[in-house]
Write a protein of this length. Structure first.
Ligand SMILES: [Zn+2]
Ligand SMILES: [Zn+2]
Length: 357
């Protein structure tokens, strides 16, 4: 039997869905681990007792803990570039260019965005709880979670003349304008922090990215909202992993069905060939014309008018039923792409050896 041919499109579909499901499963496991760690993390209030707890903790360090406090700058705060009365400790300014690009495939204009300029400013800050106990937040920009608020957003639209519009249609690109945004972590915001809590030898409390590889979080929402967001992320990855695994399974079933059909056709041909051989063996008169090539050499010239209509070399040695045409040799019959008589196109239900008298 010939090898089983797998089409390029089938191989691509199978490979892509399996790879996608693997990636989604990995991301699901990762977000699930993060979620479990978040659920297990102990909560502490920032007060005088926190130092006492850390003093009796080995290494004066809690590997993963949740705290909540109000943001206060250590020195001078940052001032918003757009609203002078706004103060913060983190500031991110971005200028993005928006363009419409002609997509010749979908024959539509699609939006494309490009960052033209980005600037991040940060000043040291602490989270303050009751009775003025403060926890210094280290490396805030490494944290995940939403910890900045948009304090300014303005879109500068571009106005065009008639010649510009013609030029845009010719070049396939239209400049829409520039979006200017400013995000800030404002002074006084209640911030939830999840990370490594450590008491330094000089008596200061620090929150920093965990050294054990857990994810560092800072969020302006409360802890339950943060947990809910992580849960929905894990849910999304799980759903995508299942969907792509199902797609992969569908391709596999499809391939399996095709393979089974091909195998069944092969078995049927084999069964038919054995039956043909058996009939031929039972009748000695039928044996001569289907014997090997060597025995046929002499007879071939004489029986040229009796040659198979397909290969024109071997003698006709089988009867196609039900039409009864005697037109081809057995090997050519087996090689027919469809079980149809090459003369009258009637479908072949059975084939029997031709007996010479
Ligand atoms: Zn033939
Ligand atoms: Zn026929």
């Amino acid at each position: 039997m010939d090898g089983f041919p797998v089409k390029v499109s089938e191989a691509v579909c199978l490979g892509a869905s399996l790879a996608l499901s693997g990636i989604c499963y990995y991301l699901y496991k990762k977000s699930r681990t993060t979620l479990n760690k978040l659920e297990d993390a102990p909560h502490f209030t920032i007060d005088g007792k926190l130092k006492d707890i850390l003093k009796v903790t080995p290494g004066a360090c809690l590997q993963y803990a949740v705290i909540e406090g109000a943001v206060q700058p250590v020195g001078e705060p940052l001032t918003s570039s757009f609203q002078k009365e706004l103060f913060g400790v983190l500031q991110k300014f971005m200028l993005r260019e928006h363009r419409l690009v002609w997509n010749s495939l979908s024959r539509t204009w699609t939006d494309s965005e490009r960052v033209l300029h980005q600037r991040v400013n940060a000043v040291p800050f602490v989270l303050v709880g009751s009775n003025d106990t403060a926890v210094r937040v280290l490396c805030p920009l490494q944290a995940s979670g939403v910890y900045m608020e948009t304090t300014h957003e303005k879109f500068h639209q571009v106005n065009y003349g008639f010649s510009d519009i013609i030029g845009q249609y010719l070049s396939g690109e239209k400049l829409k304008g520039q979006l200017e945004t400013e995000e800030m972590l404002k002074v006084g915001t209640t911030l939830t922090g999840v990370g490594e809590l450590i008491l330094e030898t000089d008596g200061t409390l620090n929150l920093r990215p965990p050294t054990n590889g857990s994810e560092y979080f800072l969020s302006i929402t409360d802890f339950d909202t943060l947990l809910g967001e992580q849960e929905s992320t894990a849910g999304w990855w799980k759903g995508l992993a299942i969907a792509s695994a199902v797609a992969g399974a569908v391709v596999l079933v499809w391939l399996g069905r095709r393979y089974y059909n091909q195998l069944r056709a092969h078995w049927e041909r084999e069964k038919e060939r054995r039956e043909f051989e058996r009939l031929r063996a039972e009748n000695p008169r039928a044996r001569a014309p289907v014997a090997g090539h060597e025995a046929l050499q002499d007879e071939e010239e004489e029986h040229l008018e009796n040659a198979c209509v397909i290969c024109l070399t071997q003698p006709r040695n089988c009867i196609l039923l039900d039409c009864g045409h005697v037109c081809c040799c057995y090997s050519c019959y087996q090689a027919l792409p469809q079980r149809r008589c090459p003369i009258c196109r009637q479908s072949i239900s059975r084939v029997v050896p031709l007996y010479h008298v």
